[in-house]
Design a protein around this ligand. Sequence first.
Ligand SMILES: Nc1nc2c(ncn2[C@@H]2O[C@H](COP(=O)(O)OP(=O)(O)OP(=O)(O)O)[C@@H](O)[C@H]2O)c(=O)[nH]1
Ligand SMILES: [Mg+2]
Length: 197
Amino acid sequence: MNYNKAEFETSFGTSSQLPESTVCEIAFAGRSNVGKSSLINKLLNRKNLARISSVPGKTVTINFFKVDGVRFVDLPGYGYAKVSAGEKRRWSDLMEGYFSSGRNIGLVIQLVDMRHPVTKDDFMMMDYMSEYGFRFVVAATKSDKLNKSEYRNRQERLKEELSAYEGIEIIPFSSVNGQGVDELKSLIERYCSNTQE
Ligand SMILES: Nc1nc2c(ncn2[C@@H]2O[C@H](COP(=O)(O)OP(=O)(O)OP(=O)(O)O)[C@@H](O)[C@H]2O)c(=O)[nH]1
Ligand SMILES: [Mg+2]
């Protein structure tokens, strides 16, 4: 798959506008500020295709990227405290609309911050995917921010925290030093080949 053949496709704020699911999709989910946009940029070898912000909650839309015949989907972040009830509802509607419209979703890449315990919201997201049968793997982001012993420690803890999801793959990832890029790419290619266009 040629990751350099990537372009921004479109952006949606309400689920009724979602484009038809024509090609295999790789969706990226995670709390606000966990590093979704950075991870997408890193995979695509681009500086700022998916916008990066240090202001959490900036991506309140679903963003679609065309990547050599598959589609990357940057889902809106969750878990940001300072959003109104209306925004939360909009978030739920969007996510529900995305996941329940019979799309060709090859894989969901669920991001968690490697430095911290998995959050309640992360578990809700993963429980939802388990319940509805979406295949997902966990990318543990910002791995570059941990020293060696912290890293080993969190790697062990993460396995325990995620033990309810049998056989779940956990991929430490850093958009700074590129750790995890190759593993994610091979998973993407395993579950979404670009032969269906
Ligand atoms: N050190 C380090 N910083 C990272 C990494 N990934 C993201 N960051 C930083 O974390 C902040 C948030 O990154 P984003 O990629 O915008 O996070 P996001 O999940 O897309 O956030 P929203 O779109 O707001 O939900 C930025 O300041 C990034 O530079 C990483 O792997 N290592
Ligand atoms: Mg983002």
